[in-house]
Design a protein around this ligand. Sequence first.
Ligand SMILES: Cc1ncc(COP(=O)(O)O)c(C=O)c1O
Length: 382
Amino acid sequence: MYAQRMGSLPPYLFARIDAMKAEKIEQGVDIIDLGVGDPDLPTPPHIVEALCTAARDPKNHHYPSYAGLPAFRSAVADWFQHRFHVTLDPKDQILSLMGSKDGIAHIPEAFINPGDVVLAPSPGYPVYRTSTLFAEGTIHEMPLTAEAGFLPVLDDIPKEVVAKAKLLFLNYPNNPTSAVAPMKFYDEVVAFAREHNIVVVSDNAYSEISYDGYKSPSFLKADGAMEVGVEMHSLSKTYNMTGWRLGMAVGNAEILAGLGRVKTNVDSGVFDAVQHAGIAALSGSQECIGEACAVYKERRDVLVNGLRSLGYQVTAPKATFYVWMPVDDCMAFAARLLNEAGIVATPGLGFGSSGEGYVRFALTRPVERIQEALDRIAGMSR
Ligand SMILES: Cc1ncc(COP(=O)(O)O)c(C=O)c1O
């Protein structure tokens, strides 16, 4: 019944984990879910208020404009200037998205012909791979290893692969490894993209979730980046708005026009009231971000210190709300966590073949639950 391409789609790992989790809950197990990266904290009240006000205004009840409200795009430009010191023209260098997933899922369709190569990190956010499959492109996984700081080694990509490459996905701060990228790396990426005529898509969905004074840069700050790429941003993690579906693609106008053309054919934009809430988020006080990061930091410290005291080797992340822990066999370890301790963690393999040897914990549960998880892990057989 289904088209052939459905057969090549990997089973969405989170859906499978959800099914296993549901089974355990049915058996009465008190599950501690450190699996999916969905903040447990609520959206700040001033943003919710802005939505309510905008939702009551009939002016906002119509089809939205495709590119996004001019006022939303202006708010994005102001935020970008202030946060990253990058100037964007709201007219054609900003496109609203229904979450950054929307942009990631559709951008290959604008640039990839059957057989063209998309370079994507492994481990990596699964949608890089599936969006490539939908566009009938071929994925080339760039391994992210601890030795290389979880940055792809561009020189390691075989020449014949580079020759066919049309698009490159990057993601820093990184899901799932929580690694961050120095500007020097972005300079290398720009040179590589220019030399080989490759469109760069920098996924910066976790730009605001960071600790210990670290501030994630924008790829677009690198010299020449605006000529070769775009960056995906999201309000999901920054303002605890995963359910609202709001993000933006910013950067090179021609690349954005390609993505925009695809999207005008498949969706009708973001509900205007949600964009008004987005304006309130981006232009209002940013204190809520610091508060959320302080919560994640406390959880990070409890989890990392606790795991270390149990003999596990873990690095404290500078950014994102993930802890990427080396283990021998990721599927076996995740299964043991679930069966012996009632803990959901994500096996690294779910993010690509180079994710083997790791599990990912998300810091999206209260500190008491994380402490409880550590107590249970302490009771597991080793
Ligand atoms: C690396 C990365 N990019 C993009 C997204 C998509 O987020 P959203 O569509 O909510 O903006 C996620 C969500 O988990 C992610 O981890």
